[in-house]
Design a protein around this ligand. Structure first.
Ligand code: NAD
Length: 498
């Protein structure tokens, strides 16, 4: 086994990699410039350097890709291929992702500022999803319905058709794999639109998919902006399904586009403001405080399931906060290429400004700033881990998704009050419960309005469990056989018998 790279090693690899980046769109098995010849800059937020100019796709590219995707689907080379053979190709793709793991992780780090150690963790999630969905597809059975002797009725699962996957920048490769693995496994043709803030790893993945033997037109990648190529895909009359991960505001727009066009299915994984409930009877305050700090500061707080609302029982609140501040102090941002950095750079100047505006607003509205609150000197875009105490439901920082390293601490006196506070949100993506009382754990877990509940951990899970939200956090599920089922249509075949 080769030795893990140190910071100098990652820097050297970055220098080589950035000299030969693929920046063109991937349409119908070829890398091509955008039809209009437009490009956009992608910037390394840790240094401010322009990494590359990337093809900026538009309506014309979307139409072309959709036509190729449809041709591929109707041709049946992938959509009607035996599941065991699709499995073989996708397992080969997973192997190639594994072989190029460092390179893919590094592209995400350079493109959006996440620490390299964290990007490598994402790769495990991405490769795991590819393997899991590949392995599942030849185990997905249809049904024989319970009819009388006069008929045989089959319930078949078929691929939907052309799927457009529109993904965000915070976990570029992992979100991509969570979306495209089940869609491809089920036999669909997929058009991937990566975020304009992190397009590079998706383009590298396209080359690996080609090498793995995915037939022409089955996976295409269109880099570009949401309001241009993203909107064109969402309004297309020939896209059958939109699989989206991103903000709630854009998710709502996509549902409108579906209504304005062909009623395509829309699966949404959107934002969150996830409550993390710490009861006085939890096992070890210092340890729980460390986990609570990780729950918000991991990936610079740019995490859909960030534990951004920390609800602490008042009897232990001050002691807990002391531990929390010590944990936050140990998580200061650093060079994303340094494997010891826990926090990296904020994705871009707009997001950086937005986070600092929220911090200012938190102070103006009466939140007690207990840690952080400042940006580090440039050129990189770094913000200190920030903790507000004494936050109430009416404060902006207590309600809105900040998507940055800003924690809002609330106090509570009873279980009932904690549940009411936790559920007082338009979101319902994740929630945490820290307690040693099994009865309480069950009571509270069942009453939390959330797609997932983490008990005595934060963000636990593997490929076997679905991931998604309720309320305005979305309506879809990534991972597990539940996500595979989302990319299939049910067809009933009623065979009359004599
Ligand atoms: P975003 O909504 O701004 O963009 C997401 C994607 O949608 C991008 O590719 C973007 O180009 C595209 N897009 C934007 N406008 C569009 C339009 N009008 N039509 C079609 N496509 C359009 O979100 P973001 O800033 O990239 O990501 C952050 C958000 O993603 C946060 O709200 C976060 O909570 C959410 N997120 C959710 C999950 C989850 O699983 N629930 C996971 C990761 C991120």
């Amino acid at each position: 086994m080769s030795r893990p790279l140190d910071k100098a090693g990652w820097q050297a690899m970055a220098d080589t990699l950035t000299a030969r980046l693929e920046t063109r769109a991937y349409i119908d098995d070829r890398f091509v410039d955008a039809a209009g010849g437009e490009t956009f800059e992608t910037i390394n937020p840790a240094t401010g350097e322009v990494l590359a100019r990337v093809a900026s796709c538009d309506q014309a590219d979307a139409e072309l890709a959709v036509a190729h995707a449809r041709r591929a689907f109707d041709g049946g080379e992938w959509s009607r291929l035996a599941p065991t053979r699709r499995k073989r190709v996708l397992l080969r793709l997973a192997e190639l992702m594994e072989a190029h793991r460092d390179e893919l992780a590094l592209l995400d780090t350079l493109d959006m500022g996440k620490p390299i150690t964290s990007a490598l963790g994402d790769m495990a999630g991405a490769i795991g999803a590819m393997r899991h969905q590949a392995e599942s597809i030849d185990k997905l059975y249809g049904e024989v319905a319970p009819t009388g002797e006069e008929a045989l009725a089959l319930v078949l699962r078929e691929p939907i058709g052309v799927v457009a996957s529109i993904v965000p920048w915070n976990f570029p490769m992992m979100m991509t794999a969570w979306k495209i693995a089940p869609a491809l496994a089920a036999g669909n043709s997929v058009i991937l639109k990566p975020s304009e803030k992190s397009p590079l790893s998706a383009l590298r993945l396209a080359a690996l998919a080609q090498e793995a033997g995915l037939p022409r037109g089955v996976l295409q990648v269109l880099p570009g902006f949401g309001h241009t190529v993203g909107k064109a895909l969402a309004l297309s009359m020939d896209v059958d399904c939109l699989a989206f991960t991103g903000s709630t505001a854009v998710g709502k727009q996509l549902m409108q586009y579906a209504g304005q066009s062909n009623l395509k299915r829309v699966y949404l994984e959107c934002g969150g403001k996830s409550p993390n409930l710490v009861f006085a009877d939890c096992r070890n305050l210092a340890q729980v405080a460390h986990h609570a700090a990780e729950a918000i500061f991991h990936n610079q707080g740019e995490v859909c399931i960030a534990g951004s609302r920390l609800l602490v029982e008042n009897s232990v609140r001050e002691a807990f906060i002391e531990h929390l501040l010590a944990a936050a102090e140990s998580m200061q941002p650093g060079d994303p290429l340094d494997p010891s950095s826990f926090m990296g750079a904020i994705v871009d100047a707009t997001q950086h400004r937005r986070i600092l505006d929220f911090i200012r607003q938190g102070q103006e509205e009466g939140g007690r700033l207990r840690a952080g609150g400042e940006a580090l000197d440039g050129p990189g875009l770094f913000i200190q881990p920030t903790v507000f105490d004494g936050v109430t439901e009416d404060m902006t920082i207590g309600r809105e998704e900040i998507f940055g390293p800003v924690l809002s601490v609330f106090g509570f006196d009873s279980e009932e009050q904690a549940i009411a506070l936790a559920n007082d949100s338009v979101y319902g993506l994740a929630a945490g419960v820290w307690s040693q009382d099994v009865d309480r754990i069950m009571r509270v877990s069942r009453r939390l309005q959330s797609g997932q509940v983490f008990v005595n951990n934060w963000a636990g899970g593997d490929q076997s469990v679905p991931f998604g939200g309720v309320k305005q956090s979305g309506n879809g599920r990534d991972k597990s056989h539940h996500s595979l089922a989302e990319y299939t249509e049910l067809k009933s075949v009623w065979i009359a018998l004599n």
